[in-house]
Design a protein around this ligand. Sequence first.
Ligand code: PRP
Ligand code: URA
Length: 206
Amino acid sequence: MIVESRSPLVKHIVNRLRDAGTDAAAFRALLRECARLLLAEAADALPVADRKITTWQGNFTGDFIDESKIVCVAILRAALPMQEGVLSSLDGIEGGFLAMKRDEETFQSHLYYNRVPDIEGKTVILVDPMVATGGSLHDALALLRTQNPARIISLNVIGAKEGVERVEKSFPDVAIHIAQIDPTLNKDAYIVPGLGDAGDRAYNTV
Ligand code: PRP
Ligand code: URA
């Protein structure tokens, strides 16, 4: 399932990210904020549990998100600020990391680090700002699936139409919450108009 955000605030953030004048510190802050807004849009699917707390008027039982059943997995490196955004809203959830690098000639993703905790029966929030060919997201989902999570939610900032549709075709039950779908890829498999290389822009590298 693909859910493209309709929020003007999310679109505003995406356009600030597209702006070549946005520096690395602002870029990371915008990724954090975008992830929190997308998380809010996806929150209906998160597990909840009653919890008893003591308030200024005595005991109170309320709905809380069941943080013990959620893991946020970041695809390094550009997703790190997104993961920070999610963890700033849900600071009791676990974090996991998959490091993937896309080969710039073949456009195949290569996994070079896997540090995902036990996700069996849990809700996984997978974050990665860019879905270009869809290869990285596809491979990450395929890997996570082998560990039997209860549900996977993907939070993404910009996706090329063909890449997002490719992922949806392989994983129709994954909810892909995306800020903006762009029309196409260029010959180097960069999203057009996109925002350039998200990892380089976030970390001042070229
Ligand atoms: C970027 C981005 C995605 C991937 C998208 O990462 O963060 O993971 O490219 O491309 P795809 O859909 O064609 O697979 P990259 O591999 O450049 O690594 P980086 O975050 O370390 O820069
Ligand atoms: N990775 C990015 O960071 N940007 C793109 O447009 C494509 C892949």
